[in-house]
Ligand binder design. Structure first.
Ligand code: BTN
Length: 258
């Protein structure tokens, strides 16, 4: 079970984890983080649980959260980041998490745009970013990170895997958490200065599962087919259509074509 004191002692980050709330079982760490944030919870507050009974994924999907995973939410209060910069920040966080996992495990984790983490063709982690906004600015963002660390894949949905099952051994969740918080904080502080992904573009494109591949993109009103050519500094996905035109995708569900 998570102990706030133990997490604090191993943290190397300065902002993330200044406040830590640990739980054995919650509905969703997102809900708790939203409540804390709306009552003045400070930037970097970490909410972490051993299990979630109503874990939330993107697009209203549920997120299976049995024991032995990493299920946590962070409160960010990025003043001076405008609404249209928030998607870029989410892309960046997915990239920071992938980088941290790669450094810790040497596993070839890739990112399926916008921020699903894949390993050997199976989903191993996901990011859910939820903003609370005024008319022009972001008031706070709750970033939820779910990683199937030491979970047995048989407990996960079809098409998902865990780090343990791909690596063939268990990992220290505390060490991985520490590494991720440090990586995300490092990149977040740079993003707060730059306001775009320019500094990270090369690596973001290199770690992309979709760039260079034929894709289908499901938008609310249509399906697009083409070749994903790159991710730009706002975090948009460029898709080249058959007629040579480029479609700029700001949001949507991407799948790879054979
Ligand atoms: C996805 O669908 O890929 C996003 C999954 C996000 C899951 C994490 S687990 C911690 C936090 N609490 C939740 O209920 N969801 C996020």
């Amino acid at each position: 079970m998570w102990q706030a004191q133990e997490i604090k002692q191993s943290l190397k980050s300065k902002i993330f984890g200044r406040q830590i709330h640990t739980f054995d079982e919650v509905g969703s760490t997102q809900d708790i983080a939203h409540t804390l944030a709306s009552c003045g919870g400070i930037e970097g507050t970490l909410v972490i649980a051993e299990t979630q009974t109503h874990g939330m994924g993107t697009s209203g999907k549920s997120w299976v959260s049995p024991p032995d995973g990493l299920w946590f939410s962070l409160i960010l209060t990025p003043t001076l980041i405008s609404l249209n910069q928030a998607p870029g920040l989410t892309i960046l966080i997915g990239h920071s998490v992938a980088r941290a996992i790669r450094e810790k495990t040497n596993l070839p984790v890739l990112i399926k745009w916008p921020n699903d983490l894949y390993l050997n063709g199976k989903k191993v982690a996901g990011i859910l970013s939820e903003s609370s906004c005024s008319e022009v600015a972001v008031k706070y963002i709750v970033v939820g990170i779910g990683i199937n660390v030491n979970v047995d894949s048989t407990l996960l949905p079809v098409g998902a895997t865990s780090l343990k099952d791909e690596l063939g051994k268990e990992l220290s969740r505390l060490e991985l958490l520490t590494k991720i918080l440090q990586a995300v904080e490092e990149d977040y502080l740079k993003f707060k200065v730059e306001h775009n992904l320019q500094l990270f573009l090369k690596e973001i494109n290199e770690l992309s599962l979709v760039v260079g591949k034929k894709v289908t993109v499901r938008l609310p009103d249509k399906l697009i087919q083409g070749k994903a050519t790159s991710i730009d500094e706002q975090g948009n996905l460029m898709v080249e259509l058959k007629d040579g035109e480029t479609e700029i995708i700001t949001a949507g569900e991407v799948s790879l074509r054979e």
